[in-house]
Design a protein around this ligand. Structure first.
Ligand SMILES: Nc1ncnc2c1ncn2[C@@H]1O[C@H](COP(=O)(O)OP(=O)(O)OP(=O)(O)O)[C@@H](O)[C@H]1O
Length: 382
């Protein structure tokens, strides 16, 4: 069966169902934008490559589609077979493939704004190993997008991944952002957008569709082991809950949708708060400091003058501070609830003397200072 065009697969109900769900998110506008697709060789990402390829051909779009695979090399020959599978898929489609073999050295974790699994604490060591792999993939995908002039990075997360993510966050303890799960579109590193066009699709539909169109994929057998908390939730916890509450996945997904609406609103206020109250100041030794205005006397904060309560709302300030950390790429991974509370308290109640005083440290060897009408954080390297 030829797979270049979705019309070639009309005899597959599952493929058509998958194509329709994909097309509600991946519009014709998306066809005109260069994309890097992260492909592990697994069912979901193989399907995503096929779908984006079909969309490109349907609209005869010349925009690039780069297939990117990071070979972590953790499963010996099995990893090499995954890589070979991705290479042969790219060759069959006549698309460029970028493969990188990961060096087996530990790199310092880097926080990415949109990775919900990276929010809210360190968790167990194994889980943080898994988070490091995910971060290495993100670094690689962003780098590939930069090198190929692509704006989109497409990932194949499904509705099942969303349900697992939300439950994982709830069990581990999370803020509102964690309960929102993953978004269909998230900006990353200013110039790029992570797209998740399969986020409303169930994993079973993907597999059924691939089987019907006779497209093979690689099965990562290590996913069946429950060593990682994420796999344990996928393999043991969710199936056990489903036996008694068959609608659990839908409930978790709905919870994420509802929460993300509230969360968007909070982020909007948080950004406005940041714009009104935060400025970056060059220190005497050419280091930089962030100055957080705590009074309403600047022109920029006029917006907030008529709504003092909102400007002093803890949730808004905390979100504004988190936005500030993202904008200046400050190390957020090691920030605990206690750090956020401490910062928030300082902003709400700075010292009432005019002299600046050091009032503690933050992760990443940063210092907090407080004075009348302002809190300072730094030094930071830009
Ligand atoms: N080794 C990899 N190289 C490039 N991209 C990857 C790699 N592993 C995963 N991705 C991308 O990141 C997404 C999320 O990763 P995750 O580990 O949750 O997926 P997965 O279980 O490997 O699923 P699948 O490959 O079936 O999509 C994948 O859907 C895929 O788009």
């Amino acid at each position: 069966m030829k797979l270049d065009n979705p019309d070639d697969c009309v005899d597959s109900d599952a493929w058509l169902g998958l194509w329709t769900a994909f097309r509600t998110i991946w519009t014709e506008e998306a066809d005109r934008i260069g994309v890097v697709v992260g492909c592990s060789g697994g069912a979901d990402s193989v399907a995503l490559v096929r779908l984006i390829e079909a969309a490109r051909r349907q609209t005869a779009s010349p925009a690039s589609l780069v297939i990117a695979h990071l070979n972590h090399g953790l499963r010996g020959e099995d990893s090499d077979r995954d890589e070979a599978h991705v290479r042969s898929l790219a060759e069959e489609l006549g698309r460029e493939v970028v493969v990188q073999r990961q060096k087996q050295s530990r790199q310092a974790p880097v926080q990415y704004d949109d990775d919900p699994d990276d929010r809210g604490g360190s968790g167990q060591r194994l889980d943080s190993d898994e988070a490091s792999l995910r971060q290495a993939r993100r670094r690689f995908l962003v780098q590939t997008a930069k090198q190929h002039g692509c704006r989109y990075i497409a990932l194949a997360h499904t509705a099942d991944d969303q349900a697992e993510t939300v439950l994982h966050h709830v069990l581990r303890g999370t803020g509102s952002a964690g309960v929102s799960g993953m978004a269909i579109s998230t900006p990353i590193e200013i110039d790029f957008i992570v797209r998740r066009p399969l986020l409303n699709v169930r994993r079973t539909l993907v597999r059924q569709a691939l089987t019907e169109i006779r497209q093979t994929w690689r099965e990562d057998l290590s996913n069946q082991e429950s060593r990682y908390t994420r796999n344990w939730i996928r393999n043991e916890i969710l199936p056990a809950i489903r036996q008694r509450l068959p609608g659990v996945d839908a409930s978790l997904i709905r919870l994420a949708e509802n929460q993300s609406q509230t969360d968007e609103l909070l982020t909007r206020f948080g950004r406005q708060w940041f714009d009104a109250f935060v400025s970056c100041v060059l220190g005497s030794d050419s280091s930089r400091w962030l100055r957080i205005q705590t009074s309403f006397d600047r022109d920029a904060s006029r917006l907030w003058k008529h709504d003092h309560e909102l400007a002093r709302d803890r949730a808004v300030i905390t979100r504004g501070l988190q936005w500030m950390f993202q904008q200046y790429q400050l190390p957020m991974r090691d920030m605990t609830q206690t750090h956020w509370h401490r910062l928030c308290d300082l902003v709400l109640k700075p010292h009432d003397e005019p002299e600046m005083r050091s009032v503690g440290h933050l992760p990443g060897r940063m210092e907090m200072k407080s004075e009348l009408h302002a809190v300072w954080i730094g030094p930071i390297r830009l």
